[in-house]
Structures are given as structure tokens and as C-alpha cells.
Design a binder for this molecule. Sequence first.
Ligand SMILES: Nc1ncnc2c1ncn2[C@@H]1O[C@H](COP(=O)(O)OP(=O)(O)OP(=O)(O)O)[C@@H](O)[C@H]1O
Length: 264
Amino acid sequence: MLKIEHISKTFNPGTVNEKQAIRDLSLNLEKGDFATIIGSNGAGKSTLFNAICGDFFTDSGVIMLDGQDITFMPQHVRAKTIGRLYQDPMRGTAPGMTIEENLALAAGKGGWLSHVSRQEKERFHEELKLLDIGLEKRMTQPVGLLSGGQRQALTLLMATMNPPKLLLLDEHTAALDPGTAEKVLNLTKRIVEEHQLTCLMITHNMQSALDLGNRILMMDSGDIVLDIHEEEKKGLTVEGLLEKFKTGAGKMLDNDRILLSGEK
Ligand SMILES: Nc1ncnc2c1ncn2[C@@H]1O[C@H](COP(=O)(O)OP(=O)(O)OP(=O)(O)O)[C@@H](O)[C@H]1O
């Protein structure tokens, strides 16, 4: 589904601020693969997502999505088939619009409720009900009134309403309290499985990286240094994962947020 071949990206080339953020990175994701990504500070995880989404064009290499070369496809065109969630729950929804208007937006109705049929409204209601956080009773309330966790759950629903070819989750539960984060992660798991989505999820939570998905990618210095597949992933512990990182990257995993979460 996603085939990345030897991409590289250097920011501010030829200046004192030159930074090679992606180094000759290659990755192949099969349809339905759900890979978690962990890595050191500044490893290039978010930059990889930015490259896939077309925030910038890479300096070299090729990006293919579902057999189509998207290397130089404009961002707004890619956005039609790539869903993305950010750490900040305030991104991804329009706060001044109601829940149902936001859903109408996601359904391609431009946020106009007059363009939404009764059947579609019922579908919105059903989908919200499945989130199991009571949003189906608040469809006419502005999204700005929702908590961070409620907004992330809604964003997830909106991003997957018309199933994307690729779903990118960039630490989407990092800003939530642990209980809410767990709920949103369970929801993520259910939605990804239900639609058999191809998904990449950046996390600083080693346990989440182990619990979710069928693959773990470890990044360091702009490249994927380890790609752990299903069989190898089974039975792995956080300690085992850290040990593998050390072997793959030739150094300990240095990520402040992993450190702060008390897992290391
Ligand atoms: N637009 C940009 N201009 C200049 N440098 C950039 C830009 N985007 C990213 N970088 C640099 O590229 C490197 C990789 O950044 P990136 O945000 O992808 O890392 P990350 O793995 O997501 O890190 P973290 O876990 O700390 O969030 C960093 O050194 C960062 O400062």
C-alpha cells in the first residue's frame, strides 16, 4: 500500500542550520499493516509523516501509495486519501462548528447540514454512538466545548469516515490524561481493525508500541534502524525492545518523553 524508496530530506542546506532529517529511508507497508513507530529525539518521525503528506517534497527518492507515484503530488490532493491525527487535540476539527457540521465536513458535504440526508444524519448518530462517549447526544453542540479526549475521538472518526488509504497517527494520545489516552487507543485499535486500515502510529509509549499493530519500526538519525515483524513482535517486552534498539542503532534510545513516562 505504501512504498517508500530511498527518500532523503535536508532542511536549510548550505547554511549553518543545515539538518539532514531523513537519510535514505525506505519502507514497505502491506495493505492492512499497522506499524507503531518509536525512536530517539529528533529521529525524523514527524518529518517522515510530513514527507508522506506532502508538507514538502523530498530531495530524492520515491513515495508510492496504492501503486500511484505521489512523490510530487500536492499536499491537498494527498489529503483526500491520507488521514492524519496530531498530538494537539485542537487540530483536525472546527471548534466553532457543531459535531454534526464537522461530520458533514468529513463526509464531503462542506459542513452544510442542508446537504446531509436524513439517512446520513442517522449514520452520524450511529457512528458517534459506537465511540461510546456520549457524543451522539451532543450533535448540535459546538466542538469547541468538547474535552481533548472527546475531540481526538471525533477527529479519529472524521479521519476514517471515508476510510483513507493510509492513516497517520502522530502521538495522538500524548496530550491526554492516561485514562482518556487508553480509551482513545482502544478506539484506534477498533477502528483500524474494523476498516482494515493501513496505519502508522508514532508513540513514545513503549507498551502501546508493543500492544498495538503488527509491526514496530524504530527510527534513529533519519532512518529506520529496526523493522520488527509480527512473529518477532509477539512476546517482546519493553526491556527486549530497548535491547533491540541498542543493537540496531548502536546506542541507547534517548527520548526524553519515554524517560519521563518512567518506562526506562
Ligand atoms: N521545517 C524544519 N526546518 C528545519 N529543521 C527541521 C524542520 N522539521 C524538522 N526539523 C529537524 O529535523 C529533525 C527531525 O525532526 P522531527 O520532528 O521529525 O523528529 P521526531 O523524531 O519527530 O522528534 P521528537 O520525538 O523529538 O518529536 C530535528 O532535528 C528537527 O529539528
